[in-house]
Structure formats: C-alpha cells, structure tokens
Ligand binder design. Structure first.
Ligand SMILES: Nc1ncnc2c1ncn2[C@@H]1O[C@H](COP(=O)(O)OP(=O)(O)OP(=O)(O)O)[C@@H](O)[C@H]1O
Ligand SMILES: [Mg+2]
Length: 510
C-alpha cells in the first residue's frame, strides 16, 4: 500500500507475529546533514525486508546503527521487544546482528580464513587460535555459499566478486538471527547472484530476519516479502511486497513518477577518433579490434567475466596487451600507464569505484578537480574559485547529493561517491571516456541524470565507450554494440539490429 509522508504516524503492522528486531523513531545527524529522522523499521523471523531509497536516503546509516558502528542520537533499537544498545560492533554481533556492508572492510594481507574469522576465531588449548579448525570452518562456509575459494589464499589475490563472497562468508560465520545485506549483488556475477538468492532462501527457512538493500527492482520483487522506503532520511512507506507495484515503490522513493525512458539522442556521429587493432592478452582477451567515432556511444555488452573490463584496463594502461595497435586521432600511440592514457585524452571510470576511484579523505571539489589541475591552476597556484566552479558544474549535472562541495568524499553515501568518481574523469575533458557499469549502485532517479549527461557529452563530440551488463541501458543508450564472449568479440550490432534476444544469444554463445 502507498503511504504519504504525513501518514507515517500510524503505520499498519505488516506482520502479526512479533519482530525480532525493531528500530523505533531513530534519528542520526552528522554536521550539516540529518541522515535519519525518526525512522522506524521492523524485521520479522523468516522474512526478507527490502530497504529502498535514493542515494543518500539513509540506508547504510541504518545498517551502521544496527551493527554498532554509529550510535543513534535519538530513538531506540529493540530485540525481541527489549530495548538494547550496541556500543560496539562486537555488541551487535553478540546480540545476533550481522551485516554484509556496502563497502566491505576486509584486509588484503590476511588470508581468506583469517578475514572470515577475524575477532571470533575458534580457539584451542591455552586460548590460541586453532588455525586448522579455522580453515576447515571457513572452507565449509565457502562451500555452503557455492564459492570456489581456497581459505588459505591471501585476500589480495582475489578479484572483487570473490572478495565480496568472503564478506558474505564472514557475515555467515557469526551465527546471527538478523542478517543485513547492503547491496550484496552489486559486485557479483549472474551465477553468484543466483547462489546468493538460494542462500537467502536458506536463511529464511532457518527463521532468520533479513534486511536487504538494493537498487535493483527485479531482485527486490523476487526475494523480498516486505518493503520499507526512506526518502531524505525519513520513513515514507512500509508494507508487503505483494501489495505494491514497482511504479508505486519508485514514486515513494523519488517523490515523483520516473519513467524509464532514455534520452532522445541526436546520433551525430563524427570522424574516427579511436582505432584499436589486434589487441591480445595472454589470458584475458584476444583479437579485439574496433573503431570509435566522435559523438558516438559504443556499448560493450557481455556476461560478467567476458573480459570487457580487462580489455578496457589495457586501453587505459593499467595492464599491457601482449600485442595490438591503438590509434587516437589517426596517430599511433603507445599507452604504458594511465598517465599516458589521460595525456592522450582517454579516461576510464572503473567498475570498482570504491578502491580505484576517490580519495575519501579529501573534499568533493578536490577529488573532482584533481586530475584537471592543469586547467584550474595558474602559475602553479590553484584557483580555488575555479576549482569550485568546475566541481559544481559536473556534480550538479550528475545529480550528486551532498551538504556542500567541502564534504569529504568518505562521508558521502555509496552512490554519491560513485558520482564523484564519474565527475572527476569527465572534468578532464577527455576525447574518449570509458565508463564501466556507469549506473551500478546509482538510484533510479539519478540514473536518468547520468544517462542525460552521457547523451549531452556525446552530442558535444565526446566519444563514449559504455560497458554495461544491463540490457535496457545498452539498448537505450548505444549507437552500436560490441558483444564480448570469453575474451573475444562475438558480434557487432547496430542500433537497428540489436534486440534483447540477439544480445543474449551472442553473449551466451547460443
Ligand atoms: N560519517 C558521516 N559523516 C557525515 N555524513 C554522513 C556520514 N555517513 C553518512 N553521511 C550522510 O548521511 C546521508 C545518508 O547516507 P547513507 O550512506 O546512509 O545513504 P544510502 O541510503 O546508503 O545511499 P546509497 O544508495 O548511495 O548507498 C548522506 O547524506 C551522507 O552523506
Ligand atoms: Mg548505502
């Protein structure tokens, strides 16, 4: 059912049985920001509650309050109807609450097993950590979630998806009654996502209460029983998923109707700007060649693991191809590092924006202008006003929500941090921009802003490569699509020949 903000006083109870965990009128403020204003939330045994809301709505703040990372300024947490406090993360764990956080806090230098059991490792005689037991327990949990990871591997030797599975294993290693998942599928492949859904079903069967945060409506409707919607730190609606439509949920989230319509594009395709020939890598990709024009948006579609990101990283100089030729503006260039790529007008916005993206201890404006300092400094002096202007221009167009441009990026919500990274690279005024999954983790309202901006930049002559695993985004934005499969180009489709079926068929090789 649909609730208006002024009706939140008497929210109907969605369940008859008592909740395991409840938040009552919890408030949390940060300097200049009210992250949560008197929000309530109930989590029931054997039920999945989806928490939805725009970037910055306060979802992760709730997670941090429920896991003892932040303390609320007002309101209370109840477990089985009894008020309780979580002064530390340990206290929350002891009370049976565990979470897979949006930005996973794991340690690269430790092994997978050590990461899973850090702080609660099985101990043997004399209180020493029983390493053999720990490795076996870790292995059992990993097998249970379908992860093929050796527990003795150092974390740093894993890719993002596997790191995320380790975070999930860590959350499950605490035998909790409440399991919180903050955008758990954002970093996973389709196969791993399916396994996660199976796991969620198992947790439900065990009577655990699950809080599930996601921007993907298909998955919300697939696995959630209940929903709660936040807007600007306030509760706007809660109820049973069976009683609500996607459009109603979106309207509660954004406060207006959002159409999933993509921008009307001019398709002013200009001269060749980038030519890639015979790109090869010993293990990741082979025989890749294509041409990109000014004003064009070229989509790269494929299943996760098709080698798209690995190939893009080689264009950007993060890795080097074993052979291949790259020409920009007709001139052959040898790109040995990201600095070479930027100097030649090519920038890459990575998929893993958390790690490779922003400097969290610096304010937004400095993050945005950092790679463009040549343009905002004069005689070696930074022009603060110009830095601000540049930053304001780009962040506004991407619908970035922050108290001010002085805010440290580390204090922004996950989705808003991603917008900073995109803004930072766009501000360099490149000739070619490669966007890897540009709207992953970005809420449905801001997605449209990102798409609009991409279309506008293309209309101004920028050449865009967009790696995306979302068919609507690929179809809605691309002039042309290259489909990759197992490190090779499987097909090239024009705007009029691409259909969801052809894309999937080429990507899967059927
Ligand atoms: N440590 C902090 N210091 C200052 N402000 C903060 C801090 N943590 C969160 N905020 C602010 O609180 C608000 C809510 O952020 P939160 O991370 O909860 O959003 P979210 O709903 O999880 O968004 P997203 O979908 O982007 O992950 C944002 O305005 C954010 O900038
Ligand atoms: Mg968040």
């Amino acid at each position: 059912m649909l609730m208006q903000p002024d009706q939140t006083q008497d929210l109907p109870k969605v369940e008859t049985g008592p909740p395991i965990l409840a938040l009552n009128r919890v408030t949390k403020t940060f300097p200049g920001v009210t992250a949560l204003s008197e929000v309530s939330l109930e989590l029931f045994p054997g039920k999945v509650t989806a928490l939805v809301g725009e970037n910055g709505a306060g979802k992760s703040t709730v997670v941090k309050i429920l896991t003892g990372i932040y303390q609320p300024d007002g309101g209370e947490i109840e477990i089985d109807g009894t008020p309780c406090r979580f002064p530390t993360a340990q206290a929350a764990g002891d009370a049976g609450v565990t979470a897979i956080h949006q930005e996973t806090v794991l340690f690269d230098e430790l092994s997978v097993a050590e990461n899973i059991f850090l702080g609660h490792a099985p101990r043997g005689r004399f209180g020493l950590i029983d390493t053999a037991e720990m490795i076996e327990k870790a292995r059992a949990i990993l097998v249970g979630i379908g992860a093929q990871i050796e527990p003795r591997t150092k974390l740093k030797d894993l890719g993002i998806a596997n790191k995320h599975l380790v975070a999930i294993a860590r959350a499950l290693s605490i035998d909790a009654r409440v399991v919180i998942m903050d955008e758990p599928t954002a970093a996973l492949s389709q196969k791993e996502i399916e396994e996660l859904y199976v796991l969620v079903e198992e947790l439900k069967d065990q009577g655990k209460a699950i809080l599930f945060i996601s921007h993907k409506f298909d998955e919300i409707f697939r696995i959630a029983d209940n929903y709660t919607v936040f807007r600007d730190g306030a509760l706007v609606g809660t109820g049973s998923i069976a009683d609500v439509s996607e459009a109603e949920l979106v309207k509660m989230m954004v406060g207006r109707d959002v159409s999933q319509i993509f921008p009307n594009r001019a398709h002013n395709i200009g001269d060749e700007i980038l030519v890639v020939e015979g790109y090869e890598h010993p293990t990741e990709f082979a025989d890749i060649g294509f041409t990109l024009h000014r004003g064009e948006i070229l989509g790269f579609y494929g299943l996760v693991g098709a080698g798209r990101s690995e190939f893009m990283q080689s264009i950007f100089g993060i890795t080097r191809p074993s052979s291949g030729v790259l020409r920009i503006d007709g001139k052959q260039v040898d790109i040995r590092s990201p600095a070479d790529a930027v100097a030649n007008g090519i920038v890459y916005v990575p998929e893993d924006r958390g790690k490779q993206g922003a400097i969290t201890a610096l304010p937004i404006f400095q993050n945005v202008t950092l790679p463009s300092l040549g343009r905002t400094s004069r005689n070696g002096f930074l022009q603060l006003a110009e830095e601000f202007k540049l930053a304001r221009d780009f962040t506004e167009r991407l619908d970035l929500r922050a108290a001010s441009l002085d805010t440290d990026v580390g204090n922004l919500s996950g989705g808003n941090q991603q917008k900073v990274v995109i803004a930072k690279w766009l501000a360099t005024q490149p000739k070619v921009i490669i966007l890897d999954e540009p709207t992953k983790g970005i809420d449905i309202g801001s997605k449209a802003a990102v798409h609009e901006f991409m279309a506008e930049l293309a209309a101004q002559g920028l050449a865009v490569i967009m790696v995306s695993s979302e068919i609507p985004e690929i179809m809605g934005m691309s002039d042309r699509v290259i489909v990759m499969r197992e490190g090779r180009i499987a097909a090239e489709l024009s705007a009029d020949t691409m259909t969801p079926e052809t894309l999937v068929r080429h990507a899967a090789g059927i």
